[in-house]
Structure formats: C-alpha cells, structure tokens
Design a protein around this ligand. Structure first.
Ligand code: ADP
Ligand code: MG
Length: 399
C-alpha cells in the first residue's frame, strides 16, 4: 500500500490546507525548541514553491477553558515560522469564521496563512478532539486539497486530520511520508534480518510492541527497566530493581512465544547496580546472576553492550525503542551510549528510532544524523509499531 503524497497532486493555484505539527514547547511566550517548526518547512516550501496557497493548521497542547487560550495561542509560532520561511505568514487568531474565510479568499499563489490552535475548538464540546463532523467539514470547505504532515497525532481521530480527510482528498507531506516508509516498513515489509532493541522503563508500556515484533523480528534484545521483569521470570534475584510483578507471567509467555517462533530473545548478562535511585551513590557492575538484595539495576553492563553489538552485526533493519538504562544519570548512561553507537555504526542497515526518550538520547549524544529515521511521534510510533492501523494514516488516499 503506497500512500499519495504532495508530489502526486497539482498544487499550483490550489488552496492547500496543511495539518502540520507545531506542538512545540513554549515557556512564557517563548519557543524553547523549534525543531518541529523547522521539520515542517520542507513540505510547506514545496507547496508554496510550486504555486500553492498554504493554509496551515496545528494543535498546541491541551485547551480546556478560555483561560488556556493565552498560553496556547499559535501566534509566537507564526512569528517564528515567518523568520524561518523568510516570508509573511498571515496569522488569523480564529479557528473559523469570517476572518478566516476572508484571509483564505485573499491568499495568492505561493502565500502562507495560518489559523489558530485547532484545540481552541475543544473548549466547547471537544469538537476537534472528538472529531465533530461539522468541524471537519467546515475546515475542508476552506480548501481544495489537504496535506497531512502531523505524524504525532496520527493515532488519533481528530477533526483536523480524519475529519477534514473525510470531505476532501488527503495526501501525505514529506514528514508523514518518511514515517510511513520507515516505521510502516518495519511493520509491513521489513528488510531481514530485523532486530528490535527494546528498553525503557516498563514492560507494560511495550507489551503491544513486543508482541507485534515477535511476529516479524529475527532477534529481540531487551534492556532497560523492563529487563528485570524478564530476569525475574527466569528465576533470578533482581534485588530492588524495577519489577512489574503482575507482568512476570507475561514475560514468561513472551519468551516461550519467541522460542516457538524461532526468534532469538536476548537478555543482558550483566547490569550496573546501585544502592539508590540517584547518580551519587555507590554502584558497580555485576552479572545478572549475582544481583544482591539492597541493590537496584539501573543500566546494562559492558558485557551486555558487547553481546548486543555482536547480535547487530550483519542485520538489515534495526528498530530501537527505549533506553538501556537510566541514561539521564551519568553513571547509568553507558549502556544506552554503547547501544546508540553500535546502531549508529551500522552503515549497511536501515536504522530506526521509535521512542521519545531514545530519540532524545541519540540527539544528546550527537548520533541523530547517523540513523536512517528518528520517528517524531511518541504514542503514534508505538501504536504504529504495534501493528495498529493509525486513523491519521488510513485517512490518506492510496496511490
Ligand atoms: P521511549 O520514550 O524511548 O519509548 P520510555 O519512555 O519507555 O522510552 O522509557 C524511558 C525511561 O526509562 C527513561 O526515563 C529511563 O530513565 C527509564 N529507565 C531505563 N532503564 C531503567 C531502569 N533500569 N530502571 C528504571 N528506569 C529505567
Ligand atoms: Mg518516553
């Protein structure tokens, strides 16, 4: 299944409604990280360079009451976008109505306008977030075609994605196209051998992903806090490491399932244990068979990094979700750094990161450019990796 993209349609002279992801962190009216705005430029520029009239819309945070509006306006974002585009962005501080319609009517080819935060429509009856059919229809009425480039909300059926798309044709923007190519590629048609490296805090967050990837991967490597639930299931002592006692049985059944499918499930052989959950405390590396009471595992050890790196050799696709340890603390960051380096060094493989904290780790460490793809959607990438159909992607026309 190939989705139509903005390249497959005529944009010249067309009113092109674009659902972008400008959900950026803002503190006291100042944007603290404009990565998402920069990321949206390629599709916006494509549309205007080809003579389209760009009508932008995005959500920002959650909006529950009138009081939320002041801190959730897209006005500062429109300003930043102007700087980045080097072009006027006609920002209309409404989500619908005469002002919006007049701005659309006076938009010339190659010009850009933007409407207010789509979630201002949530104040009265959650029209945006509950996909009120009238709202989607209204926004669609402003345009000729619709470009969806907000992957982060693709797992939700909102008026600003699914709602509009049920009224006019929707195509993918370049960011969305890349997510479909890489994350969709893992789920639908991965280049094999495929290895999944899963970490992060909890098994319960990742059950769906593990279950889905067991069906597809050749190897599954487990680190992070969730490794201890698996080690416990193998009868090992895990001290005061993170344990989800109610998931031990599940861990056992996942290991059995992997075995039955011929999927190699690889667990760490050593761990960095500490006395307390903090950086400045006593810590040491021990075998996973030698964790004592009163110690908690906060990272994988050096032998595990070696073992995992070895398992990555010669693979064609790697998908990494979740840090190997508490990488926010220096003393427990080595496992994550080691794995990040090992994946980044795989020149022949498609390498994908599908998780907010793992992506942050790769960026902090300066390896972001060495990956084939770093997914931008936290919840959306997880659900996509779980093999679910995302409504915001399903809404895009097939080629
Ligand atoms: P992602 O956002 O990449 O999907 P998660 O949100 O699932 O990752 O998990 C990230 C968190 O897991 C980090 O804050 C990290 O500190 C925590 N973590 C990793 N290993 C451990 C561990 N051994 N014990 C406790 N927390 C851990
Ligand atoms: Mg996270």
């Amino acid at each position: 299944m190939a989705k139509k993209t903005v390249r497959d349609i005529e944009v010249k002279g067309k009113k092109v409604l674009m659902r972008v992801d400008f959900n950026v962190p803002i503190k006291d009216g100042v944007i603290t990280d404009d990565t998402r705005i920069k990321a949206a430029l390629s599709t916006i520029n494509y549309v205007i360079d080809n003579g389209g009239k760009a009508i932008l819309m995005s959500h920002l945070g959650r909006v529950k009451t009138e009081d939320d509006k002041a801190s959730k306006t897209l006005a500062p974002i429109a300003k930043r976008l102007e700087e980045l585009l080097g072009k006027t962005v006609n920002f209309v501080s409404e989500t619908r109505g005469e002002k919006v319609e007049n701005a659309v009517a006076s938009l010339k080819d190659g010009e850009v306008m933007m409407i207010e935060n789509t979630r201002f429509e949530d104040i009265d009856g959650k029209k945006e977030s509950k996909n009120d059919p009238e709202l989607g229809k209204y926004w669609a009425s402003l345009a000729d075609v619709f470009v969806i480039d907000a992957f982060g909300t693709a797992h939700r059926s909102h008026a600003s994605n699914v709602g509009v798309a049920s009224n006019i044709e929707a195509v993918a923007g370049f960011l969305m196209e890349k997510e479909i190519k890489f994350i969709g590629g893992v789920v639908e048609n991965p280049q094999k051998p495929l290895v999944a490296i899963l970490g992060g805090a909890k098994v319960s967050d990742k059950i769906g992903v593990i279950e889905s990837l067991i069906e597809k991967a050749d190897k599954i490597i487990i680190g992070g806090g969730m490794m201890f639930t698996f080690l416990k299931a193998l009868g090992k002592n895990i001290g005061s490491s993170l344990l989800e006692a109610d998931k031990v049985e599940l861990a056992t059944s996942l290991m059995e399932k992997a075995k039955a499918k011929g999927v190699e499930l690889i667990l760490p052989v050593d761990t960095v244990v500490a006395k307390e959950f903090k950086n400045d405390t006593e810590f040491k590396t021990v075998s996973v068979d030698a964790v004592e009471d009163g110690w908690m595992g906060l990272d994988i050890g050096a032998d595990s990094v070696k073992l995992f790196a070895e398992a990555l050799k010669g693979v064609k696709t790697v998908v990494w979700n979740g840090p190997m340890g508490v990488f926010e603390m220096e003393n427990y960051a080595k496992g994550t750094i080691g794995i990040c380096k090992a994946i980044a060094g795989l020149d022949e493989a498609i390498t994908i990161i599908g998780g907010g904290d793992s992506a942050a780790a790769a960026e902090q460490l300066g390896y972001a450019d060495d990956f084939s793809h770093i997914s931008t959607g936290g919840g959306a990438s997880l659900e996509y990796l779980e093999g679910k159909e995302l409504p915001g992607i399903a809404a895009i026309s097939e080629k």
